[in-house]
Design a protein around this ligand. Structure first.
Ligand code: ADE
Length: 398
């Protein structure tokens, strides 16, 4: 990803960009980082880029023209997602970080003094973002906060030492308490369950503590988490076996688009997948969702069939439509390309022939692994292990 910061203090952002994990990503070329001095685009020899505010007001403002020139130079006149850091922007969240991580190029514009002439902001800025309800002296630190959060979601930035998808906010829960050696410190022993080696018990302990912390410190987040849990609790036992749907409900950031007593339609904001999930024991006939958000890459159905398909989704080769039902059972092996190809061919053939693709339920364990791989659950052996552990925790809850 190319990432440029337009600023009056390049050294301030460079210090951060060339340090630690971000520094390694910049050095390895995963992040192509640039800090651009706005003063270099002044229209005078003194490098002056600020002036008094029309209508009066304390302090100086950055003028429109130098900012515009710097932006043109960096963007080459192309439309590039450009973030202006300001306390009056929309709040920065993990969900926005995920969205920005999908861009090939980002520009961050940092204000100082009293701000930047509104007219250039109207021309170049696509997003006005605040990192919190407090006022800093400039946009440099907020820009680096955003770049840090965005870059760690880009493949190749985090090494093996840590992983982006199992931490706080991934499932609307704060992180559970963690411990390292020694086992007893200042007379405080670590919780016994962590020494048992019993993964189910450990997982249950962690969830319980993550929930308790979230309830105490972030009631707003806890409410969102509960919304997913409430959906899950409405599923019948049979439908709970649909792992992708239930995991999305319980672990991901979701937005419910519609719900009635028969089915729920919700968006998985982390994966841009739309789920249609029947709530009752039998397969439900539901209306195909209208006006799907553009971001939706894939629809996954769970125990539903459609009355009609006005948008041709289920016939489309480009867009993916997957129906899944069974839960994965551990022990299956993983043969990446072959499985993926088999699944794609078979499902596409069914879809193209319109041979009730919604009934395309995997009927062997192989098929289940197939689907999971397609849904990106199996990306490496390590992923598979994690998935199996996770599913065990789920089986427990059933
Ligand atoms: N500039 C000054 N304060 C800021 C904040 N809280 N967020 C983003 N940009 C800022």
């Amino acid at each position: 990803m190319k990432c440029t910061v337009l600023t009056l203090f390049p050294e301030m952002v460079e210090n951060i960009a060339y340090t630690s994990i971000l520094g390694r990503a910049v050095k390895n070329g995963v992040i192509d980082f640039h800090a651009v001095q706005i003063r270099d685009y002044a229209d005078n020899d003194r490098g002056q880029i600020d002036d008094y505010t029309y209508g009066g007001g304390a302090g100086l403002m950055i003028q429109a023209e130098p900012v515009f020139r710097a932006h043109q130079d960096v963007s080459g006149g192309k439309k590039v997602r450009t973030v202006f850091l300001t306390p009056s922007g929309i709040p920065f969240t993990q969900s926005l970080a995920r969205e920005l991580a999908k861009e090939e190029e980002l520009i961050f514009l940092c204000g100082h003094y009293e701000g930047i002439d509104e007219r250039v902001l109207e021309e170049v800025v696509t997003d006005r973002v605040s990192i919190g309800d407090y006022v800093l002296t400039g946009g440099e630190l907020p820009a680096m906060v955003m770049i840090d959060a965005v870059s760690r979601l880009i493949p190749g930035v985090l090494g093996n030492e840590t992983s982006a998808d199992i931490e706080s906010f991934h499932r609307n829960l704060l992180e559970y308490p963690q411990f390292t050696r020694p086992e007893v410190w200042h007379d405080k022993a670590i919780p016994e369950v962590l020494l048992t080696g019993d993964h189910r018990k450990i997982e249950a302990w962690r969830t319980e503590h993550a929930e308790a912390r979230t309830r105490q410190y972030r009631p707003d987040l806890f409410e969102k988490y509960q919304e997913g849990c409430a959906l899950y609790s409405r599923l019948t036992r049979k439908k709970r076996r649909n792992m992708p749907a239930t995991e999305a409900m319980r672990l991901h950031d979701i937005r419910v688009l519609s719900r009635d007593e028969n089915a729920v339609c919700f968006l998985d904001l982390e994966e841009d997948v739309l789920y249609l999930c029947g709530l009752k024991e039998e397969t439900e006939t539901v209306d195909f969702p209208e006006n799907l958000p553009d971001s939706v890459k894939e629809i996954r159905g769970c125990g539903v069939r459609f009355s009609e398909d006005p948008q041709g989704w289920t016939k489309s080769r480009e867009r993916l439509f997957v129906f899944t039902e069974k839960s994965p059972l551990s022990g299956a092996t993983y043969e990446k390309d072959l499985l993926k190809k088999n699944y794609m061919d078979r499902t596409n053939a069914k879809v193209m022939a319109f041979e009730t693709p919604w009934e395309g339920v995997p009927d062997s364990e192989r098929d289940i692994i197939d689907v999971l791989q397609l849904l990106r659950y199996y990306e490496s052996d390590r992923e598979m292990f994690r998935y199996q552990k996770k599913s065990l925790a789920f089986q427990d809850a059933l």
